[in-house]
Design a protein around this ligand. Structure first.
Ligand code: NAD
Length: 459
């Protein structure tokens, strides 16, 4: 079948196929197509690396780890568990339902729209697609216009693996997104900023499409008084500077206990010097996605400096690349204190009382991630109990993302619903309750009513 040449044609083709898909797109077919997707990605690894290099200078090893391997791992995990996930789940009988059998069946939601961001453009297009296909849906995928080389390649890979009645890629930006969002999809899976998340949810409200919103925000990181500072500096540098800091779960800002602050800054400085010796031109550092973003991030540094922030590590700028930068003496009037930084710039705040940190965290919108480095289990427990966030990393950063058995998602401003593994499968499935009457033993509900109904509850 030829690829449809317009957004309505792409949608209508998948719509026309939906009854057929419900009949024929079972476990074996889903497994087969996921295997083919895996093979296609493997065959195109050099192209994927080159596309991300062209789009924002992403280092090859980072592309392998955070774009290719995570998707391959997702496919492998899905193939291993899909049969079990698809199996209807029996639920425990209740007294009132005596004589019935009850189960939950996982039914494809139908026609899905996946809108992806630019920061992990490959992973965040294919990751949701794997769950979408595993659950038996069709999909239109709209990658980001900011990473054109990767978006074009996503289109090629999809066209090589899937027939258009099952999956199509629509490239483009806001006009294409807006046109897509006006269509009556059954489910919309959106990854991007909270501001655009609101636009997506408002559009979904028009047709009452269900949504999964994977959003962003400012993820705080706490370094406790008894933290292993060497380890903390290593993990923070990894979380903050991978992908040029353009990561939704990057530590956005740090609260370091005053007694360990100087030691932490020294350790972090040493870590930066050894991992990114060439500063902004380091081959291990991705550059900002475009000049506008580089200007925005650099502007945050300039604004903070003008308002009195200390430059603990001077990252410097070279074109669209910004070197790892560490700022101290942050005050609430600085722009960097309010905006999601989304670049390799780390503001550090000191604290002496954990309650003030908890109060500051809970006064802001709920973050996507929260990190705490501490040995004291009571302190960790306190932070866990008294804050809310999408996920939490204790004595690590980022790794919660790639644990296949954990849900990945935000809460309120950082997102709605979950992705990954079984949680991703369920995001794209309708959990359908099926109750069978086996012995007709629930006659009390039929009129004419007698005293039996009242006697049942003792009135
Ligand atoms: P974005 O919200 O600007 O764009 C995301 C997608 O929405 C793109 O495909 C874009 O074309 C489309 N879009 C943009 N404006 C639109 C509009 N007005 N109407 C309809 N569609 C529109 O996000 P981004 O800049 O690509 O990505 C960065 C953001 O995404 C950050 O906030 C980051 O934290 C977040 N993010 C979240 C996750 C997660 O898993 N929770 C992962 C990566 C990024």
């Amino acid at each position: 079948m030829s690829i449809p040449n317009s957004i309505p044609a792409a949608f209508d083709l998948q719509l026309a196929y939906q009854h057929q898909r419900r009949k024929t797109f079972g476990y074996a077919q889903r497994r087969d197509v996921l295997r083919r997707l895996s093979a296609e990605i493997r065959a195109r690894e050099p192209q994927i690396i080159a596309a991300l290099q062209a789009d924002f200078g992403k280092p090859a090893s980072e592309t392998i780890l955070s774009e290719i391997l995570v998707v391959q791992q997702d496919i492998k995990h899905t193939l291993r568990h899909l049969r079990r996930w698809m199996r209807p789940r029996r639920v425990v009988p209740t007294l009132i339902g005596f004589g019935t059998s009850a189960r939950v069946e996982y039914q494809a939601r139908g026609q899905c729209l996946i809108i992806a961001p630019w920061n992990y453009p490959f992973n965040l297009a294919f990751g949701p697609l794997v769950s979408c296909i595993a659950a038996g849906n069709s999909a239109i995928v709209k990658p980001s216009e900011m990473t054109p080389a990767t978006s074009a390649l996503i289109g090629e890979i999809v066209a090589a693996v899937f027939p258009p009645e099952l999956v199509t890629v629509i490239e483009g930006g806001i006009p294409e997104s807006t046109e897509l969002l006006a269509l009556p999809f059954d489910h919309i899976f959106f990854t991007g900023s909270p501001a655009v998340g609101q636009i997506v949810m408002a559009a979904a409200a028009k047709t009452l499409a269900s949504v999964t919103l994977e959003l962003g925000g400012k993820s705080p990181t706490i370094i406790g008084p008894d933290a292993d500072i060497k380890q903390a500096a290593k993990w923070v540098a990894f979380g903050k500077f991978s992908n040029g800091g353009q990561t939704c779960i990057a530590p956005d800002h740090l609260y370091v206990h005053e007694t360990r602050r100087a030691e932490f800054i020294t350790e972090l400085g040493a870590r930066i010097a050894s991992a990114y010796a060439d500063g902004p031109t380091s081959p291990h550092l991705a550059r900002m996605v475009n000049a506008a973003h580089a200007d925005r991030v650099w502007g945050l540094v300039q604004d903070a400096r003008a308002k009195g922030a200390a430059l603990d590590v001077d990252g410097m700028r070279a074109g669209d690349a910004i070197g790892p930068t560490v700022l101290g003496g942050i005050t609430p009037d600085m722009d960097i204190d309010g905006a999601e930084i989304f670049g390799p710039v780390l503001p550090i705040m000191g604290y002496s009382d954990i309650d003030t940190v908890i109060a500051q965290i809970t006064a802001r919108p709920k973050p996507l991630a929260l990190y705490i480095f501490a040995q004291d289990k009571a302190l960790v427990r306190r932070v866990l109990d008294q804050t809310s966030s999408g996920g939490v990393g204790v004595n690590l950063t980022m790794a919660q993302y790639s644990h296949n058995n954990l849900p990945f998602g935000g809460v309120n401003n950082s997102g709605i619903g979950n992705a990954h593994g079984m949680y991703g499968f369920r995001a794209f499935s309708h959990e359908r309750a099926v109750l069978r009457n086996r012995f007709s033993l629930i006659p009390l509900i039929f009129p004419p009513y007698t005293g039996r109904v009242r006697r049942l509850i003792g009135v």
